[in-house]
Design a protein around this ligand. Structure first.
Ligand code: X2X
Length: 332
């Protein structure tokens, strides 16, 4: 009797641990920025929620600094598609070379504020953007945010397109940015984030554009960026996504767990990031950066100067998506 019970206990333990071993899985998650930034925190939050809710069965290991693609953030999407990376929390800017529809978010002055951005991501245009990603072999789950991007430089305050004339500005991702900054009379140059800080330090480039969170956390002012113009010319949302083959191996229950955790982590990060904006600006100012705010007429001059970019890129983005975005924005 005793022995039978003991044997049963041993068998049960063995079965349990075999089951656990068969099910416990670890996946790689790529990000460009570390958890010193809201972006990295979004991925970390996703990992925490998944770990908690799966009771340790599923581990998401976050690899920041685009290290899984040797720093080349524009290769992240392809690496995830090929299976080199299992999952990512990535920017629309960095994925737009492979998913041209995502250039929607980079159209200069299409969105003026968070309400416009949310109207796009949370509506029909958001669904169409996800469909474009899905078509290219990646399963998108949720939105997060890098933020509205502001332009800075080491030379002078920028209030008008003419102030950008001849300035060498670091950009990344899509050739759309070449068009935007060329239209403004600047001299854009494409490079990864890994290369940007050294280039700013040596003065190889005069300026850059990034959200306030990135400017603040990366201390971009310390590499000579003394002038910052709040022009909110575009925002890059983040997308939580999974390689399609990995997705197919997952039982329905785990898919739902991953999706819900991504939705919750994304919402958490968007709120966190937005709640920090005012303080970030205050801190940036207190470190001696000259911040230029544009009035409506000044902003309009930038809008007018970059209109050609919309015309050129509309066909690559597609009418259906563009119309959905424009009508979402137009709604009060
Ligand atoms: O490289 C950038 O500018 C960054 C960090 O914002 C992106 O990955 C788009």
């Amino acid at each position: 009797m005793k022995l039978t019970r003991l044997l049963a206990a041993v068998a049960a333990t063995a079965a349990l641990s075999a089951g656990f071993a068969a099910q416990a899985r670890e996946y790689s998650v790529s990000t460009v920025l570390s958890d010193a930034f809201p972006w990295g925190q979004a991925a970390q939050k996703w990992a925490e929620l998944v770990n908690e809710r799966s009771e340790g069965r599923i581990t998401l290991r976050v690899y920041p600094n685009a290290q899984l693609v040797a720093g080349d953030q524009t290769k992240e999407f392809s690496a995830m598609r090929s299976g080199l990376i299992d999952m990512a929390v990535g920017s629309t800017i960095n994925w737009s070379p492979q998913v041209p529809e995502l250039n929607l978010f980079s159209l200069p002055f299409l969105m003026k504020d968070n309400a416009d951005l949310d109207a796009i991501t949370q509506g029909e245009a958001g669904k169409l953007s996800f469909a474009a990603i899905e078509q290219r072999g990646i399963v998108p789950l949720a939105w997060g945010e890098n933020g509205f991007r502001e332009v800075s430089n080491s030379r002078k305050p920028v209030r008008a397109p003419a102030d950008l004339a001849g300035l060498k500005i670091r950009v990344v991702g899509s050739p759309l940015f070449q068009d935007t900054f060329s239209a403004l009379g600047a001299n854009p140059t494409q490079m990864s984030w890994a290369d940007a800080k050294p280039a700013l330090t040596t003065g190889a480039v005069d300026g850059q554009e990034n959200p306030l969170s990135v400017f603040d956390v990366a201390r971009v002012d310390q590499v000579g960026q003394k002038y910052l113009t709040l022009w909110h010319y575009m925002a890059d949302p983040l997308i939580f996504a999974v390689n399609q083959r990995v997705w197919k191996t997952l039982p329905e229950e785990d898919r739902e767990l991953l999706r819900q955790a991504a939705l919750d982590a994304g919402k958490w990060e968007v709120e966190l990031s937005r709640s920090q904006q005012a303080k970030r600006l205050e801190d940036i100012r207190s470190r001696g950066v000259e911040v230029v705010e544009l009035n409506d007429a000044e902003r309009q001059a930038f809008v007018d100067a970059t209109r050609s970019v919309h015309e050129k890129w509309a066909p690559k983005i597609g009418d259906k998506l563009l119309d959905a975005a424009r009508s979402a924005i137009a709604k009060p």
